[in-house]
Design a protein around this ligand. Structure first.
Ligand code: TYD
Length: 343
Protein backbone atom coordinates (compact mmCIF):
# COMPACT_ATOMS: atom_id res chain seq x y z
CA UNK A 1 0.00 0.00 0.00
CA UNK A 2 1.28 3.47 -0.89
CA UNK A 3 0.16 6.40 1.27
CA UNK A 4 0.59 10.15 1.18
CA UNK A 5 1.02 11.32 4.76
CA UNK A 6 1.19 15.07 5.28
CA UNK A 7 2.66 17.09 8.13
CA UNK A 8 5.23 14.36 8.77
CA UNK A 9 8.00 16.67 9.99
CA UNK A 10 5.77 17.81 12.85
CA UNK A 11 5.08 16.22 16.21
CA UNK A 12 2.27 13.72 15.60
CA UNK A 13 3.25 13.23 11.96
CA UNK A 14 6.82 12.16 12.72
CA UNK A 15 5.64 9.88 15.50
CA UNK A 16 3.06 8.34 13.14
CA UNK A 17 5.66 7.67 10.42
CA UNK A 18 7.95 6.03 12.99
CA UNK A 19 5.06 3.97 14.36
CA UNK A 20 3.90 2.78 10.92
CA UNK A 21 7.39 1.88 9.68
CA UNK A 22 7.90 -0.15 12.86
CA UNK A 23 4.53 -1.89 12.86
CA UNK A 24 3.10 -2.16 9.34
CA UNK A 25 4.57 -4.30 6.55
CA UNK A 26 4.18 -3.65 2.84
CA UNK A 27 3.72 0.08 3.32
CA UNK A 28 5.33 2.83 1.28
CA UNK A 29 5.05 6.36 2.64
CA UNK A 30 5.32 9.58 0.68
CA UNK A 31 5.93 12.18 3.37
CA UNK A 32 4.93 15.75 2.65
CA UNK A 33 5.75 18.72 4.86
CA UNK A 34 6.08 22.44 4.27
CA UNK A 35 8.83 22.70 6.95
CA UNK A 36 7.46 25.84 8.55
CA UNK A 37 8.47 26.95 12.03
CA UNK A 38 7.37 23.81 13.91
CA UNK A 39 8.23 21.19 11.30
CA UNK A 40 11.78 19.98 10.84
CA UNK A 41 13.32 17.01 9.03
CA UNK A 42 15.36 16.44 12.18
CA UNK A 43 12.19 14.81 13.58
CA UNK A 44 12.41 12.09 10.94
CA UNK A 45 16.14 11.44 11.14
CA UNK A 46 15.93 8.24 13.16
CA UNK A 47 12.98 6.56 11.41
CA UNK A 48 13.61 2.92 10.44
CA UNK A 49 15.54 2.85 7.15
CA UNK A 50 16.18 6.62 7.20
CA UNK A 51 14.37 9.51 5.50
CA UNK A 52 15.03 8.25 1.95
CA UNK A 53 14.44 4.52 1.65
CA UNK A 54 12.31 2.11 -0.37
CA UNK A 55 9.59 2.55 2.28
CA UNK A 56 9.79 6.31 2.87
CA UNK A 57 10.33 9.33 0.66
CA UNK A 58 10.26 12.95 1.79
CA UNK A 59 8.86 15.82 -0.28
CA UNK A 60 9.16 19.45 0.83
CA UNK A 61 5.92 21.20 -0.05
CA UNK A 62 2.51 22.40 1.04
CA UNK A 63 -0.94 20.80 0.97
CA UNK A 64 -2.07 24.14 -0.51
CA UNK A 65 -0.01 23.51 -3.66
CA UNK A 66 -2.55 21.98 -6.09
CA UNK A 67 0.03 21.16 -8.78
CA UNK A 68 2.26 19.36 -6.32
CA UNK A 69 -0.61 17.31 -4.86
CA UNK A 70 -1.73 16.39 -8.39
CA UNK A 71 1.82 15.36 -9.29
CA UNK A 72 2.02 13.09 -6.23
CA UNK A 73 -1.44 11.65 -6.86
CA UNK A 74 -0.58 10.92 -10.51
CA UNK A 75 2.04 8.40 -9.47
CA UNK A 76 -0.75 6.38 -7.80
CA UNK A 77 -1.50 6.42 -4.09
CA UNK A 78 -4.00 4.34 -2.11
CA UNK A 79 -4.79 6.83 0.60
CA UNK A 80 -4.07 10.15 2.29
CA UNK A 81 -3.59 10.75 6.00
CA UNK A 82 -3.61 14.48 6.65
CA UNK A 83 -1.75 15.80 9.68
CA UNK A 84 -0.57 19.03 8.07
CA UNK A 85 -1.98 21.87 10.16
CA UNK A 86 -1.19 24.94 12.14
CA UNK A 87 -2.17 23.92 15.67
CA UNK A 88 -1.17 26.49 18.27
CA UNK A 89 -4.15 28.32 19.80
CA UNK A 90 -2.02 31.29 20.92
CA UNK A 91 -0.66 31.83 17.41
CA UNK A 92 -4.13 31.58 15.88
CA UNK A 93 -5.09 34.62 17.95
CA UNK A 94 -2.52 36.76 16.11
CA UNK A 95 -2.62 35.16 12.64
CA UNK A 96 -6.04 33.52 12.06
CA UNK A 97 -5.65 33.82 8.28
CA UNK A 98 -2.72 31.39 8.27
CA UNK A 99 -5.00 28.85 9.94
CA UNK A 100 -7.73 29.29 7.33
CA UNK A 101 -5.17 28.91 4.54
CA UNK A 102 -3.55 25.71 5.83
CA UNK A 103 -6.25 24.05 7.87
CA UNK A 104 -9.21 24.76 5.58
CA UNK A 105 -8.03 25.59 2.05
CA UNK A 106 -5.24 22.99 2.24
CA UNK A 107 -7.74 20.32 3.30
CA UNK A 108 -10.13 21.26 0.50
CA UNK A 109 -7.24 20.88 -1.93
CA UNK A 110 -6.53 17.35 -0.66
CA UNK A 111 -10.23 16.44 -0.77
CA UNK A 112 -10.58 17.54 -4.39
CA UNK A 113 -7.47 15.52 -5.32
CA UNK A 114 -8.94 12.50 -3.50
CA UNK A 115 -12.00 12.81 -5.73
CA UNK A 116 -10.16 13.57 -9.00
CA UNK A 117 -7.66 10.74 -8.65
CA UNK A 118 -10.05 8.18 -7.13
CA UNK A 119 -7.93 7.83 -4.01
CA UNK A 120 -9.49 5.05 -1.97
CA UNK A 121 -9.47 6.66 1.47
CA UNK A 122 -8.84 10.04 3.10
CA UNK A 123 -8.25 10.35 6.85
CA UNK A 124 -8.38 13.71 8.59
CA UNK A 125 -6.78 14.37 11.96
CA UNK A 126 -9.20 16.61 13.80
CA UNK A 127 -9.35 17.57 17.46
CA UNK A 128 -11.57 17.42 20.55
CA UNK A 129 -11.43 21.24 20.49
CA UNK A 130 -14.07 21.41 17.74
CA UNK A 131 -16.79 20.59 20.32
CA UNK A 132 -15.78 23.53 22.51
CA UNK A 133 -15.51 23.57 26.26
CA UNK A 134 -17.25 21.22 28.71
CA UNK A 135 -16.68 19.43 32.03
CA UNK A 136 -14.97 16.01 32.29
CA UNK A 137 -18.24 14.48 33.54
CA UNK A 138 -20.06 15.70 30.40
CA UNK A 139 -17.97 14.35 27.53
CA UNK A 140 -19.08 14.91 23.94
CA UNK A 141 -19.78 12.05 21.59
CA UNK A 142 -19.35 12.36 17.82
CA UNK A 143 -22.90 13.66 17.30
CA UNK A 144 -22.41 16.68 19.56
CA UNK A 145 -22.70 20.08 17.84
CA UNK A 146 -19.53 21.87 16.80
CA UNK A 147 -18.94 24.84 19.09
CA UNK A 148 -15.31 25.84 18.57
CA UNK A 149 -14.08 28.52 20.95
CA UNK A 150 -10.94 29.87 19.30
CA UNK A 151 -9.46 30.65 15.87
CA UNK A 152 -7.57 27.36 15.73
CA UNK A 153 -10.48 25.08 16.62
CA UNK A 154 -12.82 26.98 14.31
CA UNK A 155 -10.47 26.25 11.38
CA UNK A 156 -10.44 22.54 12.31
CA UNK A 157 -14.23 22.48 12.63
CA UNK A 158 -14.54 24.12 9.21
CA UNK A 159 -12.29 21.44 7.70
CA UNK A 160 -14.46 18.70 9.22
CA UNK A 161 -17.52 20.27 7.57
CA UNK A 162 -15.74 20.37 4.20
CA UNK A 163 -15.05 16.65 4.57
CA UNK A 164 -18.76 15.98 5.06
CA UNK A 165 -19.39 18.07 1.94
CA UNK A 166 -16.79 16.14 -0.11
CA UNK A 167 -18.28 12.79 0.93
CA UNK A 168 -21.74 14.00 -0.05
CA UNK A 169 -20.79 15.89 -3.21
CA UNK A 170 -17.85 14.02 -4.71
CA UNK A 171 -18.59 10.64 -3.14
CA UNK A 172 -15.12 10.27 -1.63
CA UNK A 173 -14.37 7.80 1.15
CA UNK A 174 -13.26 9.75 4.21
CA UNK A 175 -12.97 9.29 7.96
CA UNK A 176 -12.13 11.69 10.77
CA UNK A 177 -10.31 11.09 14.08
CA UNK A 178 -10.72 13.64 16.88
CA UNK A 179 -7.98 13.21 19.45
CA UNK A 180 -7.46 14.88 22.80
CA UNK A 181 -4.25 16.78 23.70
CA UNK A 182 -1.29 14.65 22.63
CA UNK A 183 2.04 14.55 24.45
CA UNK A 184 5.33 12.74 23.88
CA UNK A 185 8.71 13.28 22.21
CA UNK A 186 9.26 15.70 19.28
CA UNK A 187 6.52 18.19 20.23
CA UNK A 188 7.45 21.76 19.36
CA UNK A 189 8.33 23.63 22.59
CA UNK A 190 5.49 26.14 22.38
CA UNK A 191 2.95 23.54 23.63
CA UNK A 192 2.62 23.49 27.35
CA UNK A 193 4.49 20.27 28.27
CA UNK A 194 7.71 20.80 26.29
CA UNK A 195 7.50 24.60 26.80
CA UNK A 196 7.27 24.37 30.59
CA UNK A 197 9.87 21.58 30.70
CA UNK A 198 12.34 23.73 28.79
CA UNK A 199 11.64 26.69 31.07
CA UNK A 200 12.17 24.61 34.23
CA UNK A 201 15.50 23.33 32.88
CA UNK A 202 16.54 26.93 32.11
CA UNK A 203 15.42 28.07 35.60
CA UNK A 204 12.70 30.29 34.12
CA UNK A 205 9.16 30.85 35.41
CA UNK A 206 6.18 28.93 34.04
CA UNK A 207 3.53 31.34 32.69
CA UNK A 208 0.38 29.55 33.87
CA UNK A 209 -2.68 31.16 32.29
CA UNK A 210 -5.32 32.48 34.71
CA UNK A 211 -6.20 30.37 37.75
CA UNK A 212 -4.66 27.22 36.20
CA UNK A 213 -7.72 25.06 36.94
CA UNK A 214 -8.38 24.54 33.20
CA UNK A 215 -8.09 20.89 32.26
CA UNK A 216 -6.85 18.85 29.32
CA UNK A 217 -7.15 15.11 28.69
CA UNK A 218 -3.58 14.01 27.94
CA UNK A 219 -3.19 11.26 25.34
CA UNK A 220 0.21 9.65 24.72
CA UNK A 221 1.16 10.14 21.09
CA UNK A 222 1.83 6.46 20.36
CA UNK A 223 -1.66 5.56 21.61
CA UNK A 224 -3.01 8.18 19.21
CA UNK A 225 -0.95 6.75 16.33
CA UNK A 226 -2.58 3.35 16.94
CA UNK A 227 -6.00 5.04 16.88
CA UNK A 228 -5.21 6.73 13.57
CA UNK A 229 -4.11 3.49 11.93
CA UNK A 230 -7.09 1.57 13.27
CA UNK A 231 -9.53 4.15 11.90
CA UNK A 232 -7.68 4.29 8.57
CA UNK A 233 -7.84 0.51 8.15
CA UNK A 234 -11.13 -0.33 9.92
CA UNK A 235 -13.19 2.86 10.20
CA UNK A 236 -16.48 3.17 8.34
CA UNK A 237 -16.65 5.75 5.52
CA UNK A 238 -18.19 9.03 6.63
CA UNK A 239 -17.75 8.29 10.33
CA UNK A 240 -16.01 10.35 12.97
CA UNK A 241 -14.12 8.69 15.83
CA UNK A 242 -13.21 10.40 19.10
CA UNK A 243 -10.04 9.24 20.83
CA UNK A 244 -9.59 10.35 24.42
CA UNK A 245 -7.29 9.08 27.15
CA UNK A 246 -9.28 9.73 30.32
CA UNK A 247 -6.33 11.58 31.89
CA UNK A 248 -7.95 14.90 32.80
CA UNK A 249 -5.41 17.03 34.63
CA UNK A 250 -5.58 20.69 35.54
CA UNK A 251 -2.82 22.90 34.20
CA UNK A 252 -1.75 23.70 37.76
CA UNK A 253 -1.53 20.01 38.63
CA UNK A 254 0.38 19.35 35.39
CA UNK A 255 2.83 22.18 36.14
CA UNK A 256 3.46 20.71 39.59
CA UNK A 257 4.12 17.27 38.12
CA UNK A 258 6.66 18.77 35.69
CA UNK A 259 8.41 20.73 38.45
CA UNK A 260 8.51 17.65 40.68
CA UNK A 261 9.90 15.39 37.94
CA UNK A 262 12.79 17.79 37.41
CA UNK A 263 13.28 18.30 41.14
CA UNK A 264 12.85 22.07 40.77
CA UNK A 265 11.14 24.74 42.88
CA UNK A 266 7.33 25.12 42.85
CA UNK A 267 7.98 28.87 43.09
CA UNK A 268 8.71 28.78 39.35
CA UNK A 269 4.95 28.51 38.71
CA UNK A 270 3.63 32.03 38.06
CA UNK A 271 -0.01 32.84 37.31
CA UNK A 272 -0.21 35.26 34.38
CA UNK A 273 -2.98 36.95 32.39
CA UNK A 274 -5.34 34.35 30.93
CA UNK A 275 -5.48 33.35 27.25
CA UNK A 276 -8.33 35.22 25.50
CA UNK A 277 -11.33 32.87 25.16
CA UNK A 278 -9.48 30.12 27.06
CA UNK A 279 -11.57 26.92 26.85
CA UNK A 280 -11.92 25.46 30.34
CA UNK A 281 -11.92 21.77 29.47
CA UNK A 282 -12.19 19.41 26.51
CA UNK A 283 -13.70 15.97 27.02
CA UNK A 284 -14.85 13.27 24.60
CA UNK A 285 -16.68 9.98 24.80
CA UNK A 286 -14.52 7.36 23.01
CA UNK A 287 -16.98 4.41 23.04
CA UNK A 288 -17.17 4.29 19.26
CA UNK A 289 -13.44 3.80 18.65
CA UNK A 290 -13.29 1.40 21.59
CA UNK A 291 -15.86 -0.76 19.81
CA UNK A 292 -13.49 -0.80 16.84
CA UNK A 293 -10.87 -2.29 19.19
CA UNK A 294 -8.84 0.68 20.47
CA UNK A 295 -7.96 1.67 23.98
CA UNK A 296 -5.11 3.82 25.26
CA UNK A 297 -2.33 1.74 26.87
CA UNK A 298 -0.08 4.39 28.36
CA UNK A 299 0.01 5.10 32.07
CA UNK A 300 -0.11 8.92 32.23
CA UNK A 301 2.41 9.51 35.04
CA UNK A 302 4.91 7.02 33.65
CA UNK A 303 4.76 8.43 30.12
CA UNK A 304 4.79 12.02 31.37
CA UNK A 305 7.99 11.33 33.32
CA UNK A 306 9.55 9.58 30.30
CA UNK A 307 8.57 12.52 28.10
CA UNK A 308 10.08 15.11 30.45
CA UNK A 309 13.27 13.07 30.67
CA UNK A 310 13.32 12.81 26.86
CA UNK A 311 13.27 16.63 26.57
CA UNK A 312 15.90 16.94 29.31
CA UNK A 313 18.16 14.44 27.55
CA UNK A 314 17.58 15.86 24.09
CA UNK A 315 18.65 19.45 24.66
CA UNK A 316 20.41 19.42 21.33
CA UNK A 317 17.08 18.71 19.60
CA UNK A 318 15.33 21.44 21.64
CA UNK A 319 18.04 23.99 20.83
CA UNK A 320 18.13 23.06 17.19
CA UNK A 321 14.38 23.28 16.62
CA UNK A 322 14.12 26.53 18.62
CA UNK A 323 17.08 28.09 16.81
CA UNK A 324 15.47 27.40 13.48
CA UNK A 325 12.26 28.87 14.79
CA UNK A 326 13.77 32.04 16.20
CA UNK A 327 15.47 32.60 12.86
CA UNK A 328 11.97 33.16 11.51
CA UNK A 329 11.08 36.85 12.07
CA UNK A 330 7.39 36.08 12.54
CA UNK A 331 8.18 33.58 15.19
CA UNK A 332 10.50 35.86 17.12
CA UNK A 333 7.73 38.43 17.26
CA UNK A 334 5.29 35.79 18.49
CA UNK A 335 7.35 34.95 21.59
CA UNK A 336 8.12 38.61 22.16
CA UNK A 337 4.53 39.73 21.76
CA UNK A 338 2.95 36.84 23.54
CA UNK A 339 5.06 36.17 26.62
CA UNK A 340 7.17 39.24 27.30
CA UNK A 341 4.57 41.30 29.14
CA UNK A 342 2.62 38.47 30.74
CA UNK A 343 4.62 37.84 33.92
P1 TYD B 1 -1.50 24.07 24.73
O1 TYD B 1 -0.33 23.15 24.89
O2 TYD B 1 -1.31 25.35 23.99
O3 TYD B 1 -2.68 23.19 24.05
P2 TYD B 1 -4.24 23.57 23.78
O4 TYD B 1 -4.44 25.01 24.04
O5 TYD B 1 -4.43 23.21 22.35
O6 TYD B 1 -5.03 22.69 24.70
O7 TYD B 1 -2.10 24.43 26.16
C1 TYD B 1 -2.52 23.42 27.04
C2 TYD B 1 -3.08 24.12 28.26
O8 TYD B 1 -2.00 24.81 28.92
C3 TYD B 1 -4.12 25.15 27.91
O9 TYD B 1 -5.20 25.11 28.85
C4 TYD B 1 -3.38 26.49 28.04
C5 TYD B 1 -2.31 26.20 29.07
N1 TYD B 1 -1.08 26.99 28.88
C6 TYD B 1 -0.62 27.84 29.90
O10 TYD B 1 -1.23 27.94 30.97
N2 TYD B 1 0.52 28.58 29.67
C7 TYD B 1 1.22 28.51 28.48
O11 TYD B 1 2.23 29.22 28.32
C8 TYD B 1 0.74 27.62 27.47
C9 TYD B 1 1.46 27.48 26.16
C10 TYD B 1 -0.41 26.87 27.70
Amino acid sequence: MKLLITGTAGFIGSNLVRYLLNHVDDLQIISLDSLEYAGDKINLENIPGGIESDRHRFIHGSICDTNLIDEIATEGIDGIINLAAHTHVDRAYYHPGVFIKNNVEGVLNLLRATARFDIKRYLQISTDEVYGSTQPEHPFDEKAPLRPGNYYSSSKAAADLYIAAAINTDGIDAVIVRGTNNFGPYQFPEKVIPFFTRRIIDGETLPLYGHGQQMRDWLYVEDFCRAIWLVFTRGVCGEIYNAGAGNHTSNLELSKKLVKTLDADYGLIKHVADRPGHDFCYAVNSDKIRKLGWRPDADFDTKLTETVIWYRDNQEWVNSIMTKSSADPDDESFFEKHYRHRT
